[in-house]
Design a protein. Structure first.
Length: 79
């Protein structure tokens, strides 16, 4: 869907744990790099180095901090 600024899609935050033991840290890093390239205008990637496959369970305080920072910088804030 076309956004107000002409970009396709909606602002999206992707939180990645880079110490993912389910797929491997190398695969997690590769996914993070891919997400960064997809739609840099709308996709924000937060890489958490000391978290694994479920960063929201493993490092909830870091995920919450990333979310608050992202919300504060969102172009949709106040709409």
């Amino acid at each position: 869907e076309e956004g107000d600024d002409g970009n396709s899609g909606f602002p999206t935050l992707v939180v990645m744990g880079l110490e993912d033991q389910v797929s491997s840290p190398a695969a997690a890093q590769a996914r993070a790099e891919l997400f960064c390239k997809l739609t840099p205008e709308t996709v924000t990637v937060e890489k958490i180095g000391d978290s694994g496959h479920c960063p929201h369970d493993e490092t909830p305080e870091k995920v919450a901090k990333a979310m608050l920072k992202w919300f504060a910088s969102s172009p949709l804030q106040g709409k």
